[in-house]
Ligand binder design. Structure first.
Ligand SMILES: [Mg+2]
Length: 295
């Protein structure tokens, strides 16, 4: 079909046979999806259990050769640990290099801001390995930064040391602001709660790197040389995954298998590009390299 200047404009997506046009009548292509970012907990797994469709989603990405990253605010584990945990507990096969943690984002931030610096780190291997690998020296003598992450063995001694170093001028960074996290035995206090303790003692607020800071998304995009306009972020929380995806310029998908339920979406002043029941509903879009918008 040949379009002439007196043809009425065709609505975007109204037919497969005619090109979509924008409101000026110019022909536009539906925006492609070249890259996917996805949250882990509540999207791919619930605690240790796989969410149906997660395995197929990751398999589809790998089959299609589509670049992707699985994101987590949890800074306890290294990508290698997480890969093994996902594979053993859920059968989900995510390559190590496709996992992006708040610990890695924090290390990247330190390197961008002050390469070859020093830090006093309160956290587990996920964080200490990331900070070490980026070329930082770990010290409790006059460090550039105090870096706080998730641990299950917070020591009064380490927290006291962190407080004194911050009072002496060290900059205060925390991997993520989550006040609590889930476990099979019930809720656990998380980095945000311990950061509050240190803030109360020092009168200084940390800079949080993980979600909802869009820096976590931007560093993920940089990691895989992706562009926000052709990337989709999938998450289960409006106030972290969706807002930070949106603020980083990406399209977003909310899955209703985690924190935010479908009926709660309208309570927020922003909305995702698409709301689906679960990750299983996203699988077909991987091969189509596009994302139809909710209207
Ligand atoms: Mg989640």
């Amino acid at each position: 079909m040949t379009r002439t200047s007196w043809d009425p404009p065709v609505r975007a997506g109204s037919s497969h046979d005619v090109p979509a046009v924008d409101h000026d009548g110019d022909v536009t292509e539906p925006r492609a999806v070249h890259t996917w970012l996805t949250d882990m907990d509540g999207v791919l797994v619930r605690e240790e259990d796989p969410i149906p469709g997660a395995k197929e989603f990751i398999a589809a990405l790998r089959e299609q050769g589509v670049p992707f990253l699985v994101l987590t605010n949890n800074s306890i584990f290294t990508p290698r640990d997480l890969r093994v945990r996902l594979l053993r507990s859920s059968g989900i096969d995510v390559p190590e290099q496709s996992i992006w943690t708040s610990a890695l984002a924090t290390a990247q931030f330190l390197d961008d801001q002050r390469p070859g610096g020093s830090a006093y780190v309160v956290g587990e291997t996920g964080l200490t390995a990331a900070v070490h690998d980026i070329g930082y020296v770990m010290t409790d003598q006059d460090p550039d930064y105090v870096v706080l992450g998730e641990t299950r063995t917070y020591s009064f001694e380490a927290i006291t040391r962190a407080i004194r170093l911050i009072n002496d001028g060290a900059r205060f960074i925390a991997t993520n602001p989550d006040p609590s996290g889930p476990s099979t035995q019930g809720m656990l206090p998380a980095t945000g709660s311990v950061a509050a303790l240190i803030s109360t003692a020092t009168g200084r607020q940390p800079y949080f790197i993980g979600k909802p800071n869009p820096l976590m998304m931007r560093s993920a995009l940089n990691r895989i040389d992706a562009h926000s306009e052709t990337t989709v972020m999938i998450g289960d929380r409006m106030d972290t995954d969706i807002i930070s995806g949106l603020e980083a310029g990406m399209r977003t998908v909310l899955v209703a298998t985690g924190a935010t339920e479908r009926h709660q979406v309208q309570d927020f002043p922003y909305r995702p590009t698409k709301v689906v029941d679960s990750i299983a509903d996203v699988v077909p879009y991987v091969a189509q390299h596009c994302l139809p918008e909710d209207t």
